[in-house]
Each structure stands twice: as C-alpha cells, then as structure tokens.
Design a protein around this ligand. Structure first.
Ligand SMILES: NC(=O)c1ccc[n+]([C@@H]2O[C@H](COP(=O)([O-])OP(=O)(O)OC[C@H]3O[C@@H](n4cnc5c(N)ncnc54)[C@H](O)[C@@H]3O)[C@@H](O)[C@H]2O)c1
Ligand SMILES: [Zn+2]
Ligand SMILES: [Zn+2]
Length: 361
C-alpha cells in the first residue's frame, strides 16, 4: 500500500518551500523505503530551490540524511528492514566505463529509485540528488543505503551523506592532502570546514581558512584551521602566499564555487599544486585563465563531486572515527529544527548564522 507522509517541496524557482503530503510507493525491485530520522540542510538544497541545478520542479528537497530501512523490494540483499543507514547519492552501477576501470567513485550511471514519489494529485516529484529526505519516509535505490554503526546519532551521521563527505573528500581524496602539506580552504561553511577537518585528520601542518565572515573563521579554527584570512579585508592570494613561505599552498579548495574564488584557488597554489573546485557554480558562470599560467604553474585543477567518495568504503570508516572522537561531526550541527522550518533555515544559511541546520523527524 502506498503511504502518505509529510515532505518539503520546492514548487517553483525562488518561491518559498512548503510542507506537503507526499505519496511513497511500496519499494519495487532493488528499492528501499527508509524512515528518515535526521536530514541536514545543505546549500545544494537552496541551489535547487533557486533553479540553479535544473528545471525539474517540483523538487522534494533534502539529501543529507540518516535513518532506518523500513521495507525493501524484490532482490534486495545488502540491506534489510531495521538496518541503520546513511543515504548516499552514489549508488555505483559496477558496469559503466568508470566502474570497469576500477574507479567507481567516478561512476557515470549511479542508481536511483525507478518509481516516482508524487504529490497527492499524482504530480511526480524530483527528489534532490535522487534522495528527497526532508520527509518522514523516502523511496531510494537500495544501493543508496549505506549501513553504519547505529551508535552514531542520526543528526551527526546524516551529514556524511553530502556536505561533510564532499568537503572532507575534496581535501583528502581529490586534493590528496597529506602529512606535512599546506592547504587553504576558501569558504568555511559546512563543506569548507569538513575539508579543514579532513586535512587535520590527514596530518596537514598549515591549514588556512578563508571566509568573509569573522564568525565562520572562528568556527573554522575549531575544526583545525591553523591560520585564517578574512577575504573581505585582505588580498586572498597574497595572504595565502605569505603564510606559505611565499610559495602558495600545496592544495587549495574552493568551497564557494564562484569565478572569483576559483581564480583565487588557481592562483594561490604552489607550483605543481592542486586546486579543487567543490563549491557548485551556476550555469551562467564562466572563467577566463591565462593559458601560460595553466601551463607554467603545473599541477592540476580538479573538480570534486561528493569528495570522490565511495560510500561503502568511506562512510563506515568515518563513522568509526567519529565514534572514537577523531572526527567532530557534532560541531557541524548548529541547530535541530522541525520539518516546518526549512525555509527559515535557508534564510539563516544565507545570513551565515549556521553551519548546518538539521531537520529531526
Ligand atoms: N561538490 C559537491 O559534491 C558538493 C556537495 C555539497 C555541497 N556542495 C557545494 O559546496 C558549496 C558550499 O556549501 P555549504 O553547505 O558549505 O554552504 P554555506 O553557505 O554554508 O557556506 C559557504 C561559505 O562561503 C563563504 N563565502 C561566500 N562567498 C565567499 C567569498 N567570495 N570568499 C570567501 N568566502 C565566501 C560564506 O561566508 C560561507 O561561510 C555550495 O556551493 C554547495 O552547493 C558541493
Ligand atoms: Zn558505474
Ligand atoms: Zn548537499
């Protein structure tokens, strides 16, 4: 029997979101219905609401969640009802070019549920990143459920499902930051601070936080930033060079995703250094670069989708680090809110008042 639950829907570009009744079909072959316990508010949800991702309104927002599997469809063997899971947006296919080359974190054909969740009048919803977890329950592909240690509270664990994994992986997996390296992180929201936490875990010795908001710079120190730069007051590239012996950082992560911050990341690298773009640009943005610099600087500019993570490999390990007190996931949780307060949480995000508002269901 299809179930009716409450969920947060973005109906059209730029319009406030509202809580609606959502119809969840029974799980079909390869699918699972998950009872969502907590879901973080990520900037990407706001990008969806602003029409910055695509035009497939209405969206069922929310994609950074943990919960318990309620029911599974035919052929599902990896998870069963009662399993505690983090939802992921990289259920790898095992068959595409990337998977066959042994690089499944680039999978080009990730799985989502085949059936659609709908509004009561039958209007099909597009779940954000194939998840849609600002809802009491959601329908996903079973491969989107990654089992982790249930001792980790869902408010913290769910954050690995997007922003924290994206930022941490941008530094560690994509940027390959390591022991003794220097790193600068531009934009210290949830994603940027996760890059800082990742660099700390990896043993980087110079960790430079860059933001325009002094409060964000203070918070960044709690995740391991050794230096801070206020982008409002200082030339970011010069300041990063000064803090790295005049050379630039081994890795610079752009966790904002604007032409000017990407350019700063590109310029503030050391020779042969790596710039990593993890912030999501909008389709209208362009950059122009001196080709001689692209050549002469060496190194790499890379983008990082989901921190080049492999959920089945990375989530359980990072949850273990959290439970050992080595990854401070709780520090990302600025506030716990009800499902009715997502619109207000967007405003608080825009005003820079929170790292993560977490919807608790
Ligand atoms: N690549 C991925 O897989 C992935 C996953 C999740 C989120 N994201 C993206 O990462 C970005 C950050 O997400 P978030 O949730 O941390 O957002 P957020 O809004 O919480 O944080 C953004 C931070 O950047 C700062 N900032 C803005 N403009 C700046 C500038 N010019 N210079 C320095 N700092 C500046 C803000 O003050 C804020 O602290 C978003 O674009 C989001 O869509 C990407
Ligand atoms: Zn694949
Ligand atoms: Zn996200």
């Amino acid at each position: 029997m299809p179930q009716k639950v409450r969920g947060v829907v973005a109906h059209s570009k730029g319009q406030p979101v509202s809580v609606e009744t959502i119809v969840i079909p029974d799980p079909g072959p390869g699918e699972a219905v998950v009872k969502v316990q907590a879901c973080g508010v990520c900037h990407t949800d706001l990008h969806y609401r602003e029409g910055g991702i695509n035009d497939e309104f209405p969206f069922l927002l929310g994609h950074e969640a943990a919960g318990v599997v309620e029911a599974v469809g035919e052929g599902v063997t990896d998870v069963e009802p009662g399993d505690y899971v983090i939802l992921n947006w990289r259920a790898v296919c095992g068959q595409c070019r990337a998977c066959k080359k042994g690089k499944p974190w680039y999978c080009f054909n990730t799985h989502n549920a085949a059936q659609k969740m709908t509004l009561e009048d039958g209007t099909e919803l597009t779940p954000a990143l194939g998840i849609g977890a600002f809802a009491e329950k959601t329908l996903v592909h079973a491969g989107q459920c990654t089992k982790v240690n249930p001792a980790a509270r869902p408010q913290a664990a769910g954050l690995l499902g997007c922003g924290v994994m994206a930022g941490l992986g941008a530094a560690v997996n994509t940027g390959q930051v390591g022991r003794g390296d220097s790193i600068a992180v531009i934009g210290c929201g949830g994603v940027g601070d996760a890059a800082i936490a990742g660099a700390t875990l990896a043993g980087a010795t110079t960790i430079i936080a860059v933001d325009m908001d002094p409060k964000k710079l203070e918070w960044a120190k709690e995740f391991g930033a050794t230096h801070t730069i206020n982008a409002h007051e200082t030339d970011v590239v010069e300041a990063i060079r000064e803090l790295t012996g005049g050379h630039g950082a081994d890795v610079v992560v752009d966790a904002v995703g604007r032409p000017e911050t990407f350019r700063q990341a590109f310029d503030a690298r050391d020779l042969a250094g790596t710039a990593v773009l993890v912030g999501v640009p909008t389709p209208d943005m362009t950059v122009e670069l001196p080709l001689i610099e692209v050549f002469g600087h060496g190194g790499a500019t890379k983008s990082s989708w989901y921190g080049d993570c492999l959920p089945s490999r990375d989530f359980p390990a990072l949850i273990d680090l959290y439970l050992q007190g080595r990854l401070p996931l709780d520090k990302f949780v600025s506030e716990e809110i009800s499902i009715d307060a997502v619109e207000e949480a967007f405003h608080r995000m825009e005003r820079g008042e929170v790292l993560r508002s977490v919807v608790v269901l």
